[in-house]
Design a protein around this ligand. Structure first.
Ligand code: DAH
Length: 353
C-alpha cells in the first residue's frame, strides 16, 4: 500500500461521500491497511515490531488526513448551503391588503361619539318592522297623507306569523310587516320598555321603495335622536343640534331651524348646519317636539300590556337625518349610489381611515 498516494487521494477528495469511501477503502474492516495489519502475525518478532510501527504510523497519518479533509469539506458544504438558502431580508415583502371601515361606519361612529359625550345611550331596533310601530305609533294612521311620502317595501306575512320578544303575547294585531322606512319606530319601542327621563340615539338601515338616482337609494342609514323628560324644551333640541354641528364642523358652526311638518312632532322643524369653511348651509334633517299622540300611543300600548302609563305630562324632542346625505354634502360626493352599489372600492378607499 502506497501511503503517499493514499494521502494525495484524501487531499483531493471532492465530497464527504468520496472521503467516506476512501476511509472504507483504507481503514475499513476489509481496508488495505487493515489487511496488512492482519499479516503481522506471520512475521518474526523483530520484523513485526518494525512493520507494526510503520503501519501504525501510516494509520495515524491517514486518520489525521481524513479528519482534516473532512473538516474542510464540512465547512465547504455549510457555506454552499448557506449560499443556496440565502434570504435577502432587505427585499420588499408582500403587501397584505387590509380592510377598512366603510365611510358610513366611520361617520356613524363619529356621530355616536358626539352624542355619547352628551349622555345619550345608543340603541338599535329591528329592520323588519310592523305597520304599527313604523306608522300608527308615530302618528301616521292609515289615512294620513304623510304615508305617501314613504313608499314602503311590504312583506308577505305568513299565515301563522307570531311576533317574538318582550310582551309579544299581549300584542294582537300590529298590522302588516314591512322594511322600516325610518328609524322613528324605535322611539315607540323604546318608550314602551323604558320610563322617562332618558336620552337615546338610534342608528340604523332604512328602506324606501323608490327609483334610485344620484340622490336616492332604496336603502340608506339614518340617525334618530330622542330625549324625554318632564321639562324638556325646544331650546334643548337647539342646544343638542348645535353641539352636533360643532362636533362635525368645528367651533364656529351654526344651526338654523325652519318650521316644517312631520306627523310625529309639533312643532316640527327642519334643520341646517352652517359650514363655515365652505360658507354654506347644509340642509340635513328633521326635528321637533314629540307629538302628544306619540306619547299617547306609547301609553295606550303600555296599558294594554299591564304596564303603568308613564308619559302623561312628559315632553321630548326628536330628530332624524340620513347619514349618507351628511357624507355627500361634507365630501362633495356626487352620487349616493357609490356607497353600496358596484362594490366601488376605488371610491371607498379614498376614505380609508
Ligand atoms: N323620520 C323622518 C324621516 O324619515 C325623519 C325625522 C323627522 C325624524 C323629524 C324625527 C323628527 O325624529 O322629529 O324622514
Amino acid at each position: 500500500m502506497d501511503v503517499d498516494s493514499a494521502l494525495r487521494q484524501i487531499e483531493a477528495a471532492g465530497s464527504l461521500e468520496a472521503l467516506q469511501s476512501l476511509k472504507v477503502q483504507y481503514l475499513g474492516k476489509n481496508g488495505l491497511l487493515t489487511q496488512q495489519m492482519k499479516t503481522l502475525g506471520s512475521l518474526t518478532p523483530e520484523e513485526r515490531r518494525e512493520r507494526g510501527r510503520q503501519l501504525n504510523e501510516a494509520k495515524g497519518r491517514l486518520e489525521a488526513a481524513l479528519e482534516a479533509r473532512e473538516a474542510v469539506l464540512r465547512e465547504k458544504a455549510l457555506q454552499e448551503q448557506l449560499e443556496k438558502e440565502a434570504l435577502d431580508v432587505s427585499l420588499p415583502g408582500y403587501a397584505f391588503p387590509t380592510g377598512g371601515l366603510h365611510l358610513t361606519s366611520q361617520i356613524l361612529q363619529e356621530l355616536l361619539d358626539i352624542f355619547r359625550r352628551m349622555g345619550h345611550s345608543v340603541v338599535e331596533g329591528p329592520e323588519v318592522e310592523s305597520e304599527f310601530f313604523n306608522f300608527d305609533g308615530v302618528n301616521m294612521p292609515e289615512w294620513h297623507p304623510a304615508r305617501d311620502m314613504q313608499d314602503t317595501f311590504w312583506l308577505e306575512k305568513p299565515e301563522n306569523f307570531t311576533i317574538r320578544g318582550p310582551f309579544a303575547e299581549n300584542v294582537n294585531d300590529l298590522g302588516g310587516a314591512l322594511l322600516r322606512t325610518h328609524t322613528s319606530p324605535m322611539q315607540v319601542r323604546y318608550m314602551i320598555q323604558h320610563n322617562p327621563p332618558f336620552k337615546i340615539v338610534v342608528p340604523g338601515r332604512v328602506f324606501r321603495y323608490e327609483q334610485t338616482d344620484a340622490s336616492h337609494e332604496a336603502m340608506f342609514f339614518q340617525l334618530e335622536g330622542l330625549v324625554v323628560g318632564p321639562d324638556i324644551t325646544m331650546a334643548d333640541l337647539k342646544g343638542a343640534i348645535t353641539e352636533l354641528a360643532r362636533g362635525l364642523f368645528g367651533p364656529e358652526a351654526k344651526v338654523r331651524f325652519q318650521p316644517t311638518f312631520f306627523p310625529f312632532v309639533e312643532p316640527g322643524a327642519q334643520f341646517a348646519m352652517w359650514w363655515a369653511e365652505r360658507e354654506k348651509w347644509l340642509e340635513l334633517g328633521g326635528s321637533g317636539m314629540v307629538h302628544p299622540n306619540v306619547f299617547k300611543a306609547v301609553d295606550d300600548y303600555r296599558q294594554k300590556m299591564g304596564l303603568p302609563r308613564a308619559y302623561e305630562g312628559m315632553r321630548g324632542w326628536a330628530f332624524g337625518f340620513g347619514i349618507e346625505r351628511l357624507a355627500l354634502l361634507r365630501y362633495g360626493i356626487p352620487d349616493i349610489r357609490y356607497f353600496y352599489q358596484q362594490n366601488r372600492l376605488s371610491f371607498l378607499r379614498q376614505f380609508r381611515n
